[in-house]
Design a protein. Structure first.
Length: 468
């Protein structure tokens, strides 16, 4: 059973998707390709910008498909690239039993005959799109003369500049309205705001989305969830902190919309391709260890998957944050990089005053984790907090590595970190493994939000690295 290129061309939503799919047909992009013709299925894992690959699968008969990427094009470029590879190089797909994530998809999908038509709904005639899989442009193919290319590029730059100017103007107007909204909440009282935080934040977040300030809208929309489990005093402290940070961010944008940190925090982050192709991108090759992961579903329906890596070879403490988003409907992903696991590769950092977020380029997962005798360079809490203050308002959390200490619990069932120098730090965790309570720990990884610390992992000589 095969898939013709004409079928792939017909499935593609547009020519741009075909062009993007062609660029993904590289062995290094697909660490796993498989097929099970007994169930008419092919699948693959395509490495994206996060620590974990995108899980892509398709039916070679009725051409159903699924991918865990957040693309809003159906099918996405990963599905098209998977089918394309199968069409041209079926031998690259090893015959095997479908993995669990493919079986889960097969069990939940509704089989449809490729030739059947649903007569219960009026059929809509889609406009014909100009698509040609045989002329998908790769970077080296040129069909225009040099003069035509220069004119086309100049026109493209002009359109981009016009679009950016309109976007910046819309965002600036939206931010002025947002500043007025913050002033109104302070005028009417923070206590009243906290009681109605969910509705108020949802409405202003929608306005920010309309103004094309999507990143800031997501931050505002998540505030009610952050204050849900806090004490009244902690809720008030967090609201004042976030209001102050948002005002600083909006002022930074209004002063200079081209500031990369402000643009990323308010509008959107750059695409992975922009980071990979930017000659000024900071690159760091090393052996990295996974010291923490956090996965939660946002109110907009996207799953946020954050992976924290530490550079195990650097003389000073150095972190990298891999941030991945995908639809909640995609289901839980298999975690390819477990806590304490190590990878050898290159991390490319987003341009910033304090580069932390990055993407992984070429890399390999090591069969052995970091040596148990590995000891990170210690930094004092005062040094860490000073670094956090310098990063404001661009980031609302900062990773720290704590030296030797213990985790204790008080009579109010709150958890505390006590360092060997008797420095104490309140932890926001609601549950910590009993094995770690009171034990001597050689180091611990935390993320500080300006008010509280959340401990992600800790290391003990007896149990190694444990999740918290």
């Amino acid at each position: 059973m095969d898939i013709s290129l004409d079928v792939i061309q017909e499935l593609a939503p547009d020519q741009a998707s075909l062009n993007a799919a062609k660029k993904l047909i590289k062995p290094g992009k697909w660490p796993l390709l498989g097929k099970a013709l007994s169930v008419n299925s092919i699948w693959g894992q395509c490495q994206g910008s996060g620590a974990n690959p995108y899980y892509t699968m398709a039916d070679v008969v009725d051409h159903g498909y699924k991918c865990t990427c957040p693309s809003r094009k159906f099918p996405c470029k990963h599905v098209l690239a998977l089918m394309w590879q199968y069409s041209e190089s079926e031998g690259d797909f090893g015959e095997t039993e479908p993995p669990e994530w493919v079986n889960d998809w097969l069990g939940r999908r509704r089989k449809v005959n490729a030739n059947s038509v649903d007569d219960s709904q009026p059929q809509k005639v889609k406009p014909a799109l100009q698509k040609n899989i045989h002329t998908s442009q790769s970077d080296e193919i040129q069909t225009l003369s040099t003069e035509q290319q220069e004119k086309a590029e100049a026109a493209k730059l002009k359109r981009a500049a016009t679009t950016k100017a309109k976007t910046d103007a819309a965002i600036s107007l939206g931010l002025l309205e947002f500043q007025q909204w913050i002033a109104d909440q302070l005028r009417t009282g923070v206590a009243g705001f906290i009681k109605q935080a969910s509705d108020k934040c949802r409405r202003i977040a929608a306005r920010l989305v309309d103004a094309k300030a999507g990143a800031l809208a997501s931050s505002v929309d998540e505030l009610p969830a952050l204050i849900l489990d806090l004490t009244p005093q902690e809720q008030t402290d967090l609201v004042f902190k976030m209001f102050g940070q948002w005002v600083l961010l909006t002022e930074a944008w209004l002063a200079n919309p081209d500031d990369l940190d402000a643009r990323r925090a308010i509008n959107m982050a750059e695409a992975r391709e922009d980071i990979l192709n930017n000659p000024n991108t900071v690159r760091e090759k090393s052996v990295w260890m996974n010291v923490g992961e956090k996965i939660f579903t946002r109110r907009d329906g996207l799953v946020s998957h954050t992976t924290w890596l530490i550079n195990s070879s650097a003389p000073k403490v150095s972190f990298a944050m891999l941030q991945d988003y995908y639809p909640a409907s995609a289901g839980k992903r298999e975690i390819g990089l477990g806590l304490g696991a190590a990878i050898e590769g290159e991390v490319l950092f987003y341009p910033s005053r304090f580069p932390i977020r990055g993407v992984i380029a070429e890399h390999k997962i090591l069969t052995q984790s970091i040596s148990p005798d590995w000891q990170p360079a210690e930094e004092s809490l005062s040094t860490n907090f000073q670094r956090y203050m310098q990063a404001l308002p661009w980031g609302d959390h900062m990773p720290f590595l704590l030296g030797a200490g213990r985790i204790l619990r008080d009579s109010a069932q709150r958890y505390w970190w006590r360092g060997k120098d008797e420095t104490t730090l309140l932890l926001k965790n609601h549950d910590i493994p009993k094995l770690l309570l009171g034990s001597e720990l050689t180091w611990a990884f935390i993320v500080w939000n300006g008010l509280q610390a959340e401990i992600y992992s800790a290391h003990s000589e007896h149990w190694g690295v444990m999740a918290c």
